[in-house]
Every structure is written in C-alpha cells, then in structure tokens.
Design a protein around this ligand. Structure first.
Ligand SMILES: CSC[C@H]1O[C@H](OP(=O)(O)O)[C@H](O)[C@@H]1O
Ligand SMILES: Nc1ncnc2[nH]cnc12
Length: 291
C-alpha cells in the first residue's frame, strides 16, 4: 500500500495554508524548470500535506506563464498522491452564485499557448482522460465540504480559457450555450498533467462572479473577485483541514484508474525511447519506465 499525501494547489487569493503542524517552505527543483514557488510542507495529524500557490506568493505569474509541468512534477516528486486544485471561477449559471464551491467533473480546454504533456518526441504517451476528476477523491472532498456546512455543488464543466483578458460577451454567451457551468484560466493543462503523472485530481471551483453574460451584473473585475475569494478563504481552509483530518492514511486505489494511467499509455517501445526524455520522466513515469 502507498501512504497518502495530499497536495493542495492554491489559486487566486489563496497563497498560503495556515494551520499545518511543522510548517516549512522548501525549494523543489524539477527537470521541467521552476515550480511557481517553493512548496509548503506540513502535517495535519499524521497526514502529510504539500501546498503550492499556483501563481506564486505575490501573484507574480499569469495563467499562460505558469510552469504547470514543473508544478505537477514537483508534487509528484515529493510523494503527493492526490491533488486538490482550489480555483476562482466565473459562473454561467444563475444557481451557482458567488461563494458556491463547485466540484467540477469535466473540462473543456480552450487554451492554446501552453505545454500540455510531459511526453513528446522520443517517448509518446496517450492517457485516457474521459473522466478527468477522480470520483473517489471527489467523494471525500464533498463530504468534507458538507461536514463544514459549505455550500457545495457536485458536478459541472469548467471551461479553461487562455486569458489573461476576461471573455467577450459573445464568448461568454457561447460557452454558456454549450452547457459549460464555470470558467477559469488555469485548470488546463494542470488536470491533464496530473493524469499523466498518475495523480488523483479534484478541483474545487470557487465561484467569484457571473463572468459578463448576466444582464443584472456588470463586467468581471479583479477587486470583486478577490473580495469574494477573501470572504471564502476561511471556508477553503476549513475544507482542506477537514479533508485532511478525515482522509484515509493509505492511498485508496482510484476507481477510474487515475493512479495507473500510464499502464497502457506509452506507445514508444523501450529501444526507440530518447534516454534524455526518459531521464526527465523519472518522477512522473518512473513507475512504468523503470520496468
Ligand atoms: C484573479 S482573476 C483571474 C484569475 O483567477 C483564476 O485563477 P486560479 O484558477 O488560479 O484561481 C483564473 O483562472 C485567473 O487566472
Ligand atoms: N469570469 C472569469 N473568467 C475567467 N477566469 C476567472 N476567474 C474568476 N472569474 C473568472
């Protein structure tokens, strides 16, 4: 059995995770470059947690420049098994009002200027991704939210846009008409890379606004988003602490196989693989590449 270790990626307005035992920030280098910041290690009871602010402390890094590969590699490298992604989103639904925590289970990737895979020339892989969120992990997250009386909605589709500008009205209306539920700029390729790294992934999409489609609300703006995030930061912290307190100490095999995603994914035979790329994949794919 593998020991469970919880990774937390904090989005806009969530740059630290107070309340951990033995807290320490440590630099974790990766073959893919620098993660957004040092990793913040700590414990809740006997469970180890690792927190990473997605945009770095001080929100220095815009969505398109986040080194998603380094972030996911670093979490995998230090032994994380499950990643909870806390993300600010706009809502396309009247009933998903600001302050609601949406546990999305689907993504629509409209980003176009990002590195989206650890694999490539010299080692090609295609992981299954029909169900990008690990349902067993999401069950634990939902239970933690309910135990803390947080307004939570299970299920939904997150449209990932490139940004950094917010959407035009035409785009917003189109995404809404497609049946998307929320919009953000960061969960792609983060969720894809988590799957390649065999990490269970679950997004807590914190609704901060109605994007620009809603006739009774104006344009989105950063101060309003940060105000809602600040009002909900304590809910996010309580959710994570409760999740950590109740989380199984042994990693539970993922019912959809997120944690075995590479079993059947790599198509390049060993003799045709590029040794340099294989070396870079030591943390992400070591389980299957080391034979
Ligand atoms: C601060 S408004 C736009 C910004 O907020 C979201 O970031 P995150 O997903 O890291 O919470 C959104 O995706 C944009 O990056
Ligand atoms: N309306 C919106 N569009 C894109 N990213 C967001 N993050 C928070 N609100 C957003």
């Amino acid at each position: 059995m593998t020991k469970a270790k919880l990774g937390i990626i904090g989005g806009s307005g969530v740059y630290e995770l107070p309340g951990l035992k033995n807290p320490r920030w440590e630099h974790v280098p990766t073959p893919w470059g620098e993660p957004s910041d040092q990793l913040h290690f700590g414990e809740i009871g006997d469970l180890e947690l690792v927190f990473l602010p997605r945009h770095g402390r001080g929100h220095r890094i815009p969505p398109s420049d986040i080194n998603y590969r380094a972030n996911i590699d670093a979490l995998k490298r230090v032994g994380v098994t499950d990643v909870i992604s806390i993300s600010a989103v706009g809502s396309f639904r009247e009933d998903l009002s600001p302050g609601t925590f949406v546990l999305v289970d689907q993504f629509f990737d409209r980003t176009f200027a990002r590195k989206k895979s650890f694999f490539g020339v010299g080692c090609v892989a295609h992981v299954a991704f029909s169900h990008p969120v690990s349902p067993g992990f999401a069950d634990h997250v939902e239970a933690a939210a309910r135990a803390e009386n947080i307004r939570v909605h299970r299920g939904g589709t997150y449209l990932a846009m490139e940004g950094p500008q917010f959407s035009t009205l035409a785009e917003s209306l189109l995404y809404k008409s497609w049946g998307c539920d929320v919009i953000g700029m960061t969960n792609m390729p983060e969720a894809k890379l988590a799957r390649e790294a065999e990490l269970c992934y679950c997004t807590v999409a914190m609704v901060t606004d109605y994007d620009c489609w809603h006739p009774d609300h104006g344009d989105v703006d950063v101060p309003s988003i940060l105000k809602i995030v600040a009002e909900n930061a304590d809910n996010a912290r309580r959710l994570v602490l409760r999740l950590a307190t109740d989380f199984p100490r042994e990693h539970q095999p993922c019912p959809i196989g997120s944690d075995r995603a590479l079993d059947t994914a790599i198509i390049t035979p060993p003799e045709a693989r590029d040794p340099d790329l294989v070396a870079k994949l030591d943390a992400v794919a070591g389980r299957v590449l080391k034979g």
